[in-house]
Design a protein around this ligand. Structure first.
Ligand SMILES: NC(=O)c1ccc[n+]([C@@H]2O[C@H](COP(=O)([O-])OP(=O)(O)OC[C@H]3O[C@@H](n4cnc5c(N)ncnc54)[C@H](OP(=O)(O)O)[C@@H]3O)[C@@H](O)[C@H]2O)c1
Length: 236
């Protein structure tokens, strides 16, 4: 099984962790297979019969990037996901594991905590990232639709906040952990006594190391075949 797996988004943070956990898989680069182009992945799948796909590729960013480029986040993610799942269905790929994200869940007061999978579509996502969130939610819809109509074993997993090697440390579009690391590191280098943190400081988050997520993805590839999305990650 492990030798016959293609992983999209292999140059990213989770992709780097997947390479360490599953080095035998194939990791196409964006310059070779731009997933915004409809036929790119299909041509690859026609040439080599991959049985399994771990679909990580996405336009990903922090709160500011999501707010500034909300339409791009919707368009690119929707297109990438459509292209990957359609190509997998057409090529007869046995199983696809796709990643959603905890931030695609509805915002309060539409949900109760802890977040459970059946609450995924129960209300609008947070306004700050609704483009990314709706595009990601559609991966669940598409996966279940292909399963129902064509019998495809397409599953989805919902990780919480991730961090790890190869993360994005750009101050404008990174996530909380790398942004805080960089701000504090630069403050130390410059002898500054304080750093500016965004937000109210009140949100509670769960963080999971990228390599743990990669191991969970391999476990799901081998053991989880349910139509329903599954929450994954550290609960601390
Ligand atoms: N980071 C988190 O906290 C977090 C939390 C929950 C879920 N997730 C999910 O986990 C997955 C991986 O996230 P990540 O943090 O590893 O993101 P990342 O570091 O930004 O990596 C994204 C990957 O997608 C690729 N990609 C983007 N657009 C593409 C395109 N048009 N064609 C081909 N490849 C394309 C990127 O390639 P380039 O390197 O060429 O740009 C990169 O390899 C995503 O699906 C994300 O939604 C992440």
């Amino acid at each position: 099984m492990k030798k016959n797996t293609l992983v999209t988004g292999g140059s990213g943070m989770v992709g780097a962790a997947m390479r360490r956990v599953l080095p035998s898989a194939y990791y196409p680069r964006r310059q070779d297979e731009n997933l915004l182009e409809a036929g790119a992945l299909y041509a690859e799948l026609r040439a080599i019969n991959y049985d399994y796909i771990v679909h990580l590729a996405a336009k990903v960013g922090g709160v500011k990037a999501n707010a500034d480029f909300v339409s791009d986040f919707y368009y690119e993610n929707e297109k990438i996901n459509q292209n990957v799942l359609y190509a997998a269905k057409e090529a007869g790929v046995k199983k696809v594991v796709s990643l959603l994200s905890t931030c695609v869940y509805p915002d309060a007061p539409h949900v109760t905590y802890p977040l459970t999978e059946e609450q995924l579509h129960m209300g609008p996502p947070h306004q700050s990232n609704f483009g990314y969130a709706y595009a990601k939610r559609m991966v669940d819809v598409m996966s279940r639709a292909y399963r129902q109509q064509y019998g495809c074993n397409f599953i989805t997993a919902i990780p919480n906040n991730l961090y790890g090697e190869n993360d994005n440390f750009d101050l404008e579009n990174s996530h909380a952990i790398p942004a805080l690391m960089r701000k504090i590191w630069e403050a130390k280098l410059n002898g500054a006594l304080s750093v500016e943190c965004w937000g109210t400081g009140r949100p509670l988050r769960e963080f999971t190391y990228s390599e743990d997520i990669a191991r969970i993805l391999v476990f799901l590839l081998e053991n989880y075949n349910d139509a329903h999305p599954i929450n994954i990650g550290n609960t601390e």
